[in-house]
Design a protein around this ligand. Sequence first.
Ligand code: SAH
Length: 235
Amino acid sequence: MIKKKWLISAVESLEGFNNSKIKIKLEQYTTDAISTVDFIYFIGVDNQDIIGNIIIDIGAGTGRLGLTALLFGALSLVAIEKDKDAIEILKTNAKQFDLLEKILIIEGDVEEISKNETKIKEISEKITDFHKDFISNNANPSKIVIMNPPFGIHKKGADRSFLQLSTFLSEKIYSIHFSNEKNRIFIKKFMKERGFLIDSIHSQKLFIKGTYNFHKKNQKQIISNIYKFSKNSNE
Ligand code: SAH
């Protein structure tokens, strides 16, 4: 298996958001290298859900989570993101590790897509088409969503459309959310209504660098929760 130390330094070498172009409304934070690798290990080692699978990163940003999943052994990456500047950085990062061919980039607004059945169908078809040529006949990769969506701090409910879209694209979802009781109750109900149950909730520290002017300290630590959701097979 890939060494954790190597993976952390690989993630550190990836470019993050360009501070001068950062969009506060989109809650653009670069997930720090250690949290990124912890997240990927949780999915890939503890849950065995990365190697050989199609990883869908919603709000892929500069590609930290998705590219790390590819380095870990994912079959491919579907990166959904609305910010063109971030997509350019993602591409540069992918080239650095020769991963561009394994990536399908979907530029779009998650809030809009999540409400539009036709768009969702189009994306699902794009994903199928993209994989036609490189899935061997007997392989049966799963589609796994991994995401660090906006927490809804700057735009209330911003994380909901991400959750909503994830339920249409996969049967297993790993998602990072702000840790708080009220949020947990809401998320549980929201996903249950869409046929998904919480398999586990795992605490994860996130280190947020002082990217924005309103961050007084240079680095802030917050506790987040990694949720694992699976489709409720009884429904
Ligand atoms: N996954 C990256 C970025 C997380 S920050 C990482 O872990 O480093 C959240 C990302 O969601 C940003 O890239 C932001 O541009 C994107 N985003 C926010 N709102 C969005 C929307 N409505 N549609 C698409 N992407 C959005």
